[in-house]
Ligand binder design. Structure first.
Ligand SMILES: [Zn+2]
Length: 466
């Protein structure tokens, strides 16, 4: 009895010396639920309310007001930056997640999209994967680190932001302009990566290093028009239709960058058969023609290989019985990082091959440089991945869509999309119906981000010389 008591005391002492706080899953779940159930859609939502709720959680855990910044361009578009102070030995890190969500029409869903619920091992709700999972995890992890009296070597700035999914007041852009400490960050962790599983088996842990650049163009043909009983061959609709048909037959040249090359190189090692052979073939110089052909037929691989431009909207004419005076189309391009949007426009003009058509960018392209494969970030990602999921490779990815990483990369802050949140590649529901996240994957992702945050902010182990 006595010896058991003393053993318990020793165990208690050693664990309190390590001051290692166990993860409180119940608290994490509560935070997640609270965040999900605050409406943060663009139409009727309010991110300030969500920012305030998360700040209140941190305050209850001992964070001081001076370290909880809430601000935004309008009263309902607030952002939160919560800072855990470091020793200042290194420059700060930003852990960013957006708290606005895509609209969800309740009648399209199997149940209320704004009510958090757990069914058969999944959490369901709008935002459960994009991006309130990461947002809630960052808050819960800050509370856990606070309980440990954790002392990072750099400030940890958790940023929960508005208007990533659309809207006029992107939160990251606003913070970069209006919250000076933001610009001092050395790098940032964001969404855009994530773990991929197939048939329940973990395949890879993706790190987003770059993303394609969004650029839409308006095509317009004008004409004096006239009575439709006296038609002419020279018709704006015909001009536009022919140009768009040219576009449908055109492929931009393939152009691999460091990130996509590394993606194919590392993926080839975990794939089999023709796909593995094509992944090796595509990185040859010149690339294997069969691989190019097969990849070009698959929308995802095609989008990795080249800039794409596609017609998305069409409008023409003003009356059933009149010759059209105007015909317009929207062509949406996703430009590879590093390619010049002005040159893409010139290429489009030559593909359309019709000087009656004016081609105008809708908004300036927001180009962003790819983040480097920096060992002080990628090293810890690989280390924690190997520890938690032995044998699962870390693979650089380029997003074909856009994230807030474009803003931070443009501001000179290398940004890495990584979450350790695994989902099945055949079960992507972000922005869609019955969005969900696997419960086990959620808490594993939380542990991954907790350990990664530590590796990034206090890499030297206890006992070694500091
Ligand atoms: Zn998102």
């Amino acid at each position: 009895m006595k010896s058991i008591q003393s053993m318990l005391i020793v165990m208690f002492l050693s664990s309190s010396l390590l001051t290692y706080a166990q993860n409180d899953q119940a608290l994490t779940r509560e935070i997640f639920k609270e965040l999900i159930e605050i409406n943060t859609t663009h139409s009727t939502g309010n991110t300030t309310e969500a920012a305030e709720a998360m700040a209140a959680r941190l305050k209850a855990a001992g964070f001081e007001d001076k370290d909880l910044f809430i601000g935004g361009p309008t009263p309902d578009r607030g952002n939160l930056v919560a800072t855990m102070r470091g020793t200042g030995k290194k420059k700060p890190v930003i852990l960013m997640a957006h708290i606005d969500v895509v609209e969800a029409n309740p009648t399209d869903w199997s149940f209320d999209p704004f009510k958090f619920q757990e069914i058969d091992g999944y959490y369901y709700a709008r935002g459960s994967s994009d991006d309130k999972a990461m947002a809630s995890i960052f808050i819960a992890n800050l509370i856990r680190l606070k309980k440990e009296n954790y002392q990072p070597e750099r400030d940890i700035m958790v940023a929960l932001t508005a208007d990533e999914e659309g809207g006029d007041h992107n939160g990251i852009a606003w913070l970069l302009e209006n919250y000076p400490p933001f610009k001092t960050a050395e790098f940032a962790i964001n969404e855009g990566g994530g773990g991929q599983a197939k048939d329940g088996k973990k395949v890879l842990n993706g790190v987003q290093l770059s993303e394609k650049v969004f650029q839409s163009f308006t095509l317009e043909v004008k004409d004096p028009g006239g009575h439709s009983s006296l038609p002419r061959k020279d018709n704006p609709i015909y001009h536009l239709a022919k140009a768009l048909t040219n576009l449908s037959a055109y492929d931009f040249p393939i152009n691999l960058n460091d990130g996509t090359r590394a993606f194919f190189e590392r993926s080839a090692k975990i794939e089999t058969g023709q796909l593995a052979a094509d992944m090796k073939g595509i990185i040859q110089n010149p690339p294997d023609a069969g691989a190019v052909e097969r990849f070009s037929a698959t929308p995802y691989y095609n989008a990795l290989l080249r800039t794409t431009c596609v017609a998305t909207m069409l409008e023409a004419g003003h009356a059933e019985n009149a010759l059209p005076q105007t015909a317009t189309a929207i062509v949406n391009c996703r430009i590879l990082p590093g390619e010049d949007p002005a040159k893409i426009k010139q290429q489009l003009i030559s593909v359309f091959d019709d000087n009656r058509i004016t081609v105008t960018p809708i908004a300036p392209a927001k180009a962003s440089p790819p983040s480097p494969l920096d060992p002080q970030v990628v090293g810890p990602i690989e280390k924690v991945t190997a520890k938690m999921w032995p044998g699962v490779p870390v693979i650089p990815v380029m997003s074909t869509g856009a994230t807030d990483g474009a803003y931070t990369r443009n501001a000179g802050i290398p940004t890495y999309g990584v979450s350790g949140l695994f989902s099945d590649i055949d079960d992507k529901r972000a922005h869609g119906k019955d969005e969900r996240i696997n419960v086990k994957a959620y808490y594993e992702g939380q542990e991954f981000l907790y350990q990664l945050t530590k590796e990034l902010t206090q890499p030297i182990k206890v006992g070694s010389k500091r």
